[in-house]
Design a protein around this ligand. Structure first.
Ligand SMILES: NC(=O)c1ccc[n+]([C@@H]2O[C@H](COP(=O)([O-])OP(=O)(O)OC[C@H]3O[C@@H](n4cnc5c(N)ncnc54)[C@H](O)[C@@H]3O)[C@@H](O)[C@H]2O)c1
Length: 274
């Protein structure tokens, strides 16, 4: 039996990017913990697939196709939420498309639309949710960022890193402004988590050095799985984290704890035996 502090029964959660790896896993995990859901994604087909996985669990689930880079579309998603539930207890912002390449080749258009997606789109979702949560006097916002928001990845991730850094700082500001009025805000930073959409497996097949590069940074010795985010998300959504706000929570197999010059047992190519 699970501990009651992790029980989400009677809570309403809105999950963006719900057709994707993290959004799909979190939607299913939240429903299993008892939550009712508004799931949203730009892709109607993958959104339907998540809805089909979640509905048999037995709680309410309402799908809304929408684009989190378009303020009008975000407003429509929240109007749907108001009609369906009239409240929101948890927001999880998984959707965050990015367009990026090496700094010397990056076009300002790609930089702008990445910052618009990661910075402005996520902010507007937080603002719409936050206004409702402040009126209720309670709520939990969980932003999905990336380790790229606090450390540089290289390999053409400059726009992505700039956008992800904005998510980290936005979360700290929201926590500082809103937690005294009952609204907590936290951010999870995943490291590399292959799934069908992000083509990481395919990229590692084409370039085997890439897998070794990733694993050199992960003391736990494996890449992530989308399901790895479910526990941290339920913790942050639930009363189990009632005095936890403003945190930047790595979900990275130990990546951020390790200095780039460090080594760990089992690291590919590791020869030092000190
Ligand atoms: N998987 C990883 O390795 C990893 C690591 C760190 C951070 N992240 C970040 O976490 C977030 C989610 O990652 P994921 O692995 O679940 O990705 P994913 O590609 O599996 O899922 C993202 C979902 O967002 C949807 N989406 C894309 N553009 C949208 C838009 N404009 N409006 C609404 N929905 C849109 C997609 O249709 C997709 O279903 C992304 O921002 C990603 O950059 C992922």
């Amino acid at each position: 039996m699970s501990h009651p502090l992790f029980d989400l029964s009677g809570r309403v959660a809105l999950v963006t990017g719900a057709g994707g790896g993290f959004g799909g896993a979190i939607s299913k995990g939240f429903a299993e913990a008892g939550a009712d859901l508004l799931i949203t994604d730009i892709n109607a087909e993958t959104l339907r697939a998540t809805e089909e996985k979640v509905r048999p669990i037995g709680h309410r689930v309402a799908p809304a196709v929408g684009d989190i880079t378009d303020p009008q579309s975000i407003r429509a998603i929240f109007e749907r939420l108001d009609q369906e539930y009239g409240r929101i207890d948890v927001l999880v912002t998984c959707a965050g498309p990015a367009w990026t390449t090496k700094p010397e080749d990056l076009s300002l258009d790609d930089l702008e639309r990445t910052l618009k997606s990661l910075g402005i789109g996520k902010f507007y979702c937080c603002q719409e949710a936050g206004r409702r949560m402040l009126a209720q006097g309670r709520g939990s916002i969980i932003n999905i960022g990336s380790i790229a928001g606090v450390t540089a990845l290289g390999r053409g991730h400059i726009a992505y890193g700039m956008g992800m850094a904005a998510i980290v700082e936005m979360t700290r500001e929201l926590s500082t402004e809103w937690s005294g009025r009952g609204v907590r805000a936290n951010v999870i930073l995943p490291a590399q988590v292959p799934n069908d959409n992000n083509k990481l497996n395919e990229r590692m097949r084409v370039d085997p050095i890439l897998r070794a590069t990733f694993l050199r940074g992960i003391p736990m010795g494996r890449l992530g799985r989308s399901e790895d985010i479910v526990g941290p998300a339920i913790f942050l959504a639930s009363d189990a984290s009632s005095w936890v706000t403003g945190i930047v929570l790595p979900m990275d197999g130990g990546n951020l704890a390790k200095n780039a010059g460090g080594s760990h047992p089992g690291m590919p190519g590791e020869t030092a035996n000190l």
